[in-house]
Design a protein around this ligand. Structure first.
Ligand code: SER
Length: 388
């Protein structure tokens, strides 16, 4: 099943049940939100989860692009991407968790054809502040889906303060053998869909207060589900990466782990630039800078003459179109190439400086400080240059 069809099936399923489709926002969260980037479909909806009436009503559905910097180091495994799309559904003070879980189960098994015996779910076991989520537990028992109870893994919050609540996560078996073990003990159980019972608000002192309305916020990772439905073993093999997999290896022959980092970070960089971010030393711009520089570090390890100027125009255009970003691909290429130029000059300056007798022995903290403060060379880069 192609990704586009998964999106259509998801959105239509919820539209048939009275949900209005809202347009996804950019990767920049609304002002006042505590995170750097939109990390979940609920970010743009925070004010409505806190109680403000939404102009389109109490039932919503959408597709939202997200970026998780916490996953930067995980990229390269089978399931993590820095930029990914999340399908989401919301009840804003309307139906409750069990209804959402029931629809989730039906959509996965009847709408998307998932074998019910390949499902496992987790449910909040309760802690000293909040009781166990018995409503979700009952629903899953009625549907005959095996349940694992956890505490920390089944509590969702957007940040240290704000709307939060117990969640129930749906996992799909990705192994070649019949399913075994449980989601927390075997990572062949892949989390695909999270249903959060948004009932609480965490305050600055750590206490919880009830929200004025009980809502449900769900998020389903599109590429992960696509990969499983398409019988692929990694998100990099699902149809989303089709043109990337076809066009990048002839350009730069790379081993699989390096190729995954390049595909993920380059595609994410295009999307981040497409949302108006420019490389800098702080905030969103710094994340972009890290993405681009990591791509270049991988590419230059084998061949220092490689350049982002060789990235086919079609790839940039395809990615911008996929994320519905009305941006000139040339502008994106120019931003990436400017950053490449800056990084190349910085590396040259670094090599030159590190050749001085003063830096021949082991580097001390004051050397790193001097190289950073006086010459703009971050510690990570100095370490890379010393390994050359
Ligand atoms: N906010 C939840 C998550 O990101 C569900 O959308 O997992």
């Amino acid at each position: 099943m192609k990704t586009e069809r998964i999106v259509r099936t998801f959105v239509e399923f919820f539209e048939e049940r009275g949900h209005h489709r809202i347009t996804g926002s950019t990767l920049s969260p609304p002002s006042g939100d505590p995170v750097l980037f939109t990390t979940s479909g609920m970010h743009p909806l925070t004010p409505y989860l806190l109680g403000r009436p939404h102009p389109l009503g109490r039932r919503l559905v959408n597709v939202q692009r997200c970026l998780r910097t916490t996953d930067l180091e995980e990229v390269g495994d089978d399931t993590h991407l820095t930029v990914f799309e999340m399908l989401g559904s919301w009840s804003l003070g309307d139906y409750e968790g069990p209804q959402s879980l029931d629809w989730g189960h039906r959509l996965l098994t009847e709408g998307l054809g998932v074998d019910p015996s390949l499902l496992y779910v987790t449910v909040f076991a309760g802690d000293e502040q909040t009781g166990p989520d018995t409503d979700s537990l009952r629903l899953w028992e009625e549907r005959g889906v095996p349940v694992e109870l956890t505490v920390e893994d089944n509590w969702w919050s957007n940040g240290p303060v704000g709307p939060c609540g117990p969640d129930s996560e749906i996992f799909l078996w990705s192994g070649d053998t019949p399913p075994r073990s449980t989601p927390t003990r075997d990572d062949r159980w892949v989390e695909v869909w999270n249903h959060v019972m948004m009932r609480h608000r965490r305050l600055g002192d750590g206490s919880l207060v009830p929200l004025p309305q009980r809502s449900v916020d769900t998020g389903l990772g599109l590429e992960r589900l696509a990969c499983l439905l398409q019988g692929k073993s990694s998100v990099f093999d699902c149809d989303v990466f089709e043109p990337w997999r076809r066009l990048v290896p002839p350009l730069w022959p790379l081993d699989e782990p390096s190729l995954r980092v390049v595909l993920d970070h380059l595609r994410s960089s295009v999307v981040v630039v497409g949302d108006g971010v420019r490389p800098s030393n702080t905030g969103q711009g710094y994340v972009l800078r890290r993405l681009v520089r990591r791509v270049l570090t991988v590419l230059w390890r084998d061949e220092p003459s490689r350049t982002l100027g060789d990235v086919p125009d079609d790839l940039v255009r395809h990615t911008l179109d996929h994320f519905r970003q009305a941006v000139d691909p040339e502008e994106v290429r120019r931003v990436l190439l400017d950053e490449e130029g800056r990084f190349r000059r910085l590396m040259e300056r670094g090599r030159h400086l590190l050749a001085r007798p003063r830096f021949q022995g082991p580097l001390r903290d004051e050397d790193f400080r001097y190289l950073h403060d006086t010459h703009g060379l971050p510690r990570e880069l100095v370490l890379n240059l010393r390994e050359e």
